[in-house]
Design a protein around this ligand. Sequence first.
Ligand SMILES: *[C@@H]1O[C@H](CO)[C@@H](O)[C@H](O)[C@H]1NC(C)=O
Ligand SMILES: *[C@@H]1O[C@H](CO)[C@@H](O)[C@H](O)[C@H]1NC(C)=O
Ligand SMILES: *[C@@H]1O[C@H](CO)[C@@H](O)[C@H](O)[C@H]1NC(C)=O
Ligand SMILES: *[C@@H]1O[C@H](CO)[C@@H](O)[C@H](O)[C@H]1NC(C)=O
Ligand SMILES: *[C@@H]1O[C@H](CO)[C@@H](O)[C@H](O)[C@H]1NC(C)=O
Ligand SMILES: *[C@@H]1O[C@H](CO)[C@@H](O)[C@H](O)[C@H]1NC(C)=O
Length: 887
Amino acid sequence: MESPYMFLLVALILVSSNIHRVQANRVQAQKGFISLDCGLSPNEHSPYTEPVTGLKFSSDSSFIQSGKIDRIDPKLESGYPKSKTTLRYFPDGIRNCYSLSVHQGTNYLIRVTSNYGNYDGLNIPPRFDLYIGPNYWVTIDLAKRVNSDKWEEIIHFPKSNSLDVCLLKTGTSTPIISSLELRPLPDNTYTTESSSLKSILRFDLTESTKVIRYPNDIFDRIWDTHFEPQWTQISTVLEVNISNRYSVPKDVLMTAAIPANANAPFSFTKNLEFPNDKLYMYFHFAEVQALQANQIRAFTIFWNRKTIFRPLSPMYLKDYTVFTYTPSSCEVGKCLLEIKRTQTSTLPPLLSAIEFFAAINFTESETNEDDVIAMKNIKATYGLSRISWQGDPCVPRQFLWDGLGCTDTNVSTPPRITSLNLSSSGLTGSIAPGIQNLTNLQNLDLSNNNLTGKVPEFLANMKSLLVIDLRNNKLDGSIPNPLRDRSNTGLQLFVDGNGMCLSSSCVPDKKFPVMIVALASSALLVVAVVLILFFMYIKKKRSSLGLPPMRVKSTSISGQSIETQRRRFTYSEVVEMTKNFQKTLGEEGFGIMYHGYLNGSEQVAVKFLSQSSSQGYKHFKAELQYVELLLRVHHVNLVSLVGYCDEGDHLALIYECMSNGDLKDHLSGKHGQSVLKWSTRLRIAVDAALGLEYLHYGCRPLIVHRDVKSTNILLDDQFMAKIADFGLSRSFLLGEESQASTVVAGTLGYLDPEYYSTCRLSETSDVYSFGILLLEIITNQPVIDHAREKAHITEWVAFVLKEGDISRIVDPNLHGEYNSRSVSRALQLAMICANPSSEKRPNMSQVITELKESITENSMKCIDKMDSNSSLELSSSFDTKVVPSAR
Ligand SMILES: *[C@@H]1O[C@H](CO)[C@@H](O)[C@H](O)[C@H]1NC(C)=O
Ligand SMILES: *[C@@H]1O[C@H](CO)[C@@H](O)[C@H](O)[C@H]1NC(C)=O
Ligand SMILES: *[C@@H]1O[C@H](CO)[C@@H](O)[C@H](O)[C@H]1NC(C)=O
Ligand SMILES: *[C@@H]1O[C@H](CO)[C@@H](O)[C@H](O)[C@H]1NC(C)=O
Ligand SMILES: *[C@@H]1O[C@H](CO)[C@@H](O)[C@H](O)[C@H]1NC(C)=O
Ligand SMILES: *[C@@H]1O[C@H](CO)[C@@H](O)[C@H](O)[C@H]1NC(C)=O
């Protein structure tokens, strides 16, 4: 059966008289070829011409910065061409990459040869991986190679003008490479819709053992020879006329294989085990016998007993190529290639050469090309040679360049660089202009270098920048005005420790106070200055609101001992810290909390992201770029992030340990704790409010928590409250304007109805959640309880208040031990915070003032039973209908 729909495609390469092209190719010999003899010392006759092939090899030293060079065992050298006698090996770093200039839009044949040759005398052939850019290509296991100099080959279409070929250490052995060859292929050859083609085999079907490559093959394909016993060879001495664009060498086409038994099908039996691979097959023919008028050679190709091509009939001494246009698969053990003569054919089928490829989808997007060019430019400007600064800057994620942060997008979107940290990198010269081409940069840290010259104005034009740290350099001049303006509107600019003019007198036309935060290197001073500015700000705000000045706690410097230390931990350090995850503190959100010790003494809580929670994993990954920022957020009422671990699949956040657990447990008396007194509850509320106020006003960019709730309020041994889980996993940072987020995050019941309906996030959403939290503190009622008259706590409180039964509202566990005016004040505040309209809610500074008033009332020591007739003036605009109902 030869039903037409089974035909994948016949690519008939029609003969055209084009002998001139072949000649032209000869003239442009080796055009675009890259032939690197890896490990060849650049002083040792580079480039040189290899005698057999005439290929011009050069040293690889200018294409890679890492690795060491060596030669194979001298006893083995005579068995190999010169290019395979030297090698480069990579004892340092995980990923080492060659960076090559290519032409975007050209398909390349890329060949890597790794000839072990017992160069290290250990006789243990290594095993490692090859990557093209960020994408896995193949694993090389030299112990499994019959011919130790066998190569790996791929046909790949570069997506930009640069191409990285990377060797990855995957175990204990050291990756090696002997030669790296790139051959541009003519347009429209070996192309597929979306895949690259990994070579599986390329056979010249001949009895000869002569391997043909360049110069006979102008594209330098290497044609291994293969011949099976059930075949017979036919050949010609006349030249085959080569005219199709595949330019298969004449010598390959001058011989062909036919079945020895002229009536049997031609069958190909070798190496047809490619489970799971999507195969692309190329068949090359030329008729080598001059046929008589009554002779016909016509045949059909079958793959697993299905026809894949219409009957073919190659012409005398003309090259002819067909290939499968869509990939074929090959079930295990069922790969069968047969060529059968048609009924009219008088001669057996013939085949000159075949090529098989496996399709590989390179799905991981390379980093945005402009960002890559800018990074290479910066790298060259400063002469940086960091071991990790090879290959793609952002992907794969585990090989992110040191000091870089990138957006974490899905595989089909190119990542962008969002932070660049070149602190303490020994930089000299001026601030590299190449930085301005990192157009998505948010964080720039060039502190502690020897940079000279002026602060360039281009920094002011980089719209996405949020933080610039230029401390401790040798910059001079003044800050450009546009940059000053930016720093007045949210950009954080740190310039202390330079020889530059900082006072506002440098810019006489400026009316606003200069808000450049001059920070000294000591963390203590940093905290002090931030505090002063922060309190000045609060004070100003407070007086403008006509609120009384407030007494505030000083910001903690408890994290300082770890501040100066490394914050990124390896997985093995985390294992050690937690004593192999011995003690669980609880399971929550995206991961499991473990108890641990930092430096053997400091207690920490380690939140380990479980891999099963891929959602959490993604969130965490996406927000890791902010981790450095969050590590610097310190406030006595915020649970400090002490460090993190991001190694392969292992992700962990390390927090300071809070010995008394969360507020919810204490309210519910879950662990048999004593009931929290009203005064303690008020203090906890103030602590939480102070933490939130700091996130909203003390941080730039401001941080919206998004998930304020009683389980996120943790208590230390003194019952001081700290807010947990800000910044990571659920929250995110806002710039100057609030942003529309596509996903509403938070916990049902605490969720701001306005945010819920508009997806527009601002700090007022936290105020709403805080109101709910305060109601919980007062009532000890579940936030949502369908067994009550009203399910949602705000509706329920409003409902009970209307009934006038106020004693029903307050937590019965308090047994009436509270000051009713204090409770009433707190209750009013809670209801105003939880107002459905964000405009009517107070800000956190006002909340703190009100809570303090409530504390003052309470300290008046007139504990009495709540008078159920005391009138509570609740905001009459409170509309219980707008509260989102439980889903
Ligand atoms: C190759 O084919 C072309 C066109 O068919 C013909 O003009 C030319 O003479 C042929 N060359 C040889 C060497 O046969
Ligand atoms: C490659 O991707 C294409 C489309 O994106 C898909 O049809 C094909 O099956 C994939 N091939 C492999 C080998 O995964
Ligand atoms: C990847 O992200 C882009 C933009 O964010 C989106 O348009 C696209 O649908 C996403 N693709 C997948 C496979 O998620
Ligand atoms: C920035 O990119 C533009 C366009 O891509 C380029 O012309 C310019 O030279 C680059 N500037 C620097 C300083 O690298
Ligand atoms: C700056 O240069 C001086 C002298 O070259 C050197 O001693 C010092 O360590 C450098 N400082 C930094 C921060 O690189
Ligand atoms: C930059 O890296 C240094 C250590 O190399 C670190 O101390 C500093 O906090 C980092 N800066 C930022 C903004 O993350």
